[in-house]
Structures are given as C-alpha cells and as structure tokens.
Design a protein around this ligand. Sequence first.
Ligand code: CO8
Length: 262
Amino acid sequence: MNYETILTAELGEGELRTGVITLHRVEQLNALNDALMDELGAALKGYDADDGIGCIIVTGCDRAFAAGADISAMAAFDHMQVYKDDYITRNWEVLATVRKPVIAAVAGFALGGGCELAMMCDIVIAADNARFGQPEIKLGVMPGAGGTQRLPRAVGKAMAMDMVLTSRLLNADEALRAGLVSRVVPLDRLIEEALAVSATVCGLSMPSVMMAKEAINRAFESSLAEGVRYERRLFHSLFGTADQKEGMSAFLSKRKPQFTHR
Ligand code: CO8
C-alpha cells in the first residue's frame, strides 16, 4: 500500500513479525486529520488480518506521537457537518476492533486526540521526553475521542479531572506513576524497547494472546462477576488448542515451546 500520512514496515525474525506504523505528518507534529486516520485504520486492519503479523506498534516522531486532532481542519466545522459525517466515530473506532495487541510507542507530545489514540492501544511505552495531556478545553471544546472515558479508567477521577479541566500535561514519569503508561525508556531506546516487547508477544501463542486482550478489555465493559465468567469461558476454550498441549508439555519436558497458533 502507498500511504501519504503514515509509514509502514514489517520487522522481526520469527514466524510472527511486528507491523510498525509510523504517523508521518512531522511538520504538523502528527496532527490527526481524516486522511491520517483513514490510513491508520486501513493499515491496522491489514496487519490484523495478516497471519504473519503477531503484534502492531504505532509510533510517531521524536517531537510528537501526535499533538492532537488537526486544529486547522476542525476550525471551520459546524454542528451538522460533524454530526452528519459522524466525525471521529467514522474512522477512529477501527482501532477498538483490532484483535491483535497494539503497542503505542510514545515520544514527545501525545495531546488531545494523540493521548486518546495512545489510550486506545493496549500497551503504552513512553520515551523520557513524552508529554501527555487533554488540552482541548483551551480550544473551547473538550475531549471527543474517548478521553473523558478512558482517562479516568487509566489514571482515576482526580487526575483525569485535573488534566481535562486545567489542561495540565503529565511528563513520562508522572504518566508512569499515574498508570497511563507501563514503561519509560530513554528516547533513543524507544523503538528498540517496543520491538522487544512485541517480539515477546509474537513468541507466544496467538490465540491465548488475543483472548487475554479481549478478556482484559471486557473488564471495562462489564461487572466483575460477568467479566470473570467471560474470562473463565475463554480460559476453558484454550484447552481446545494445540498450543495449550504444546505449552504445557514443553514446560514439563524443560524445552522451549513451538507454538503453531492453533
Ligand atoms: N493541529 C494542527 N496543527 C498543529 C497541531 C494540531 N493539533 N499541533 C501542532 N500543530 C502545528 C503548528 O500549528 C505548527 O505549524 P506551523 O509550523 O505551520 O506553524 C507546527 O505543528 C509546530 O507546532 P508549534 O510551532 O506550535 O510547536 P511548539 O513546540 O511551539 O508547540 C505544542 C508544541 C505545545 C504541541 C503546540 O503545537 C500545541 O499546543 N498544539 C496543539 C495541541 C492541542 O491543543 N491538541 C488538542 C487538539 S484538539 C483534539 O485533539 C480534539 C480531539 C477530538 C478527537 C480527535 C479527532 C481526530
């Protein structure tokens, strides 16, 4: 595929490789316009359907993961235009339908839609120069791609209110302490770390990885009892896979498992 606003590459040595998607509107700090979101959605769907890909990384440039929705594109929007076009829903929700793990490797600014994009990924790794925030309030609007819902689930109500109502930015260490990211690494090691995490995931059994992702996401959509019931059924179903037999017999014979992803 020839993309104009993103770059794609397939990296890694094993049977399952990593699909790397780099947001590439560097001059605009990767401001998210419709063209970019359309291309990101297409690339994600392509990798999700590709049996040779086990995990996906979404990243930006050193200065910005993404500085938010493209303000120059949004400035002239009116109500009926965004309502009828189903702005955001139309091309953002694709990310929520991806079944393979998606890692956000965040350097620089992850603001507004950029922070929301990172939160829609499954694992967020930050470079030490990363800054996270939801500054939409300064533009006379508010988060519109899930920020008011995913942020409190990630960092709690008090911090989410502070960030959304005052436009306070978090640095990488604050984001780690708040639970918005799971690792912080030096900027020059960001992609290396993301690829290492991805390689670990790619070396596991894909059905168990996909089901574990689905079960964790279900935690945000159901009661505890329902979520545990859902988890239990998925857990039971994994005893029908060849990979469960292989994983457990490899452990017992003290060898490395050879998963076949079935
Ligand atoms: N949209 C459009 N252009 C942008 C954006 C943006 N969000 N952010 C930066 N740019 C452009 C600048 O206009 C500038 O362009 P030019 O060189 O042509 O003047 C270029 O990127 C570099 O930016 P700066 O010169 O401002 O760089 P600084 O280092 O001085 O500042 C900042 C960096 C702090 C990141 C600053 O650019 C900034 O505050 N940007 C806006 C951040 C923001 O408000 N983000 C929220 C946007 S609203 C939003 O995301 C709503 C989400 C709704 C859902 C998403 C749907 C897609």
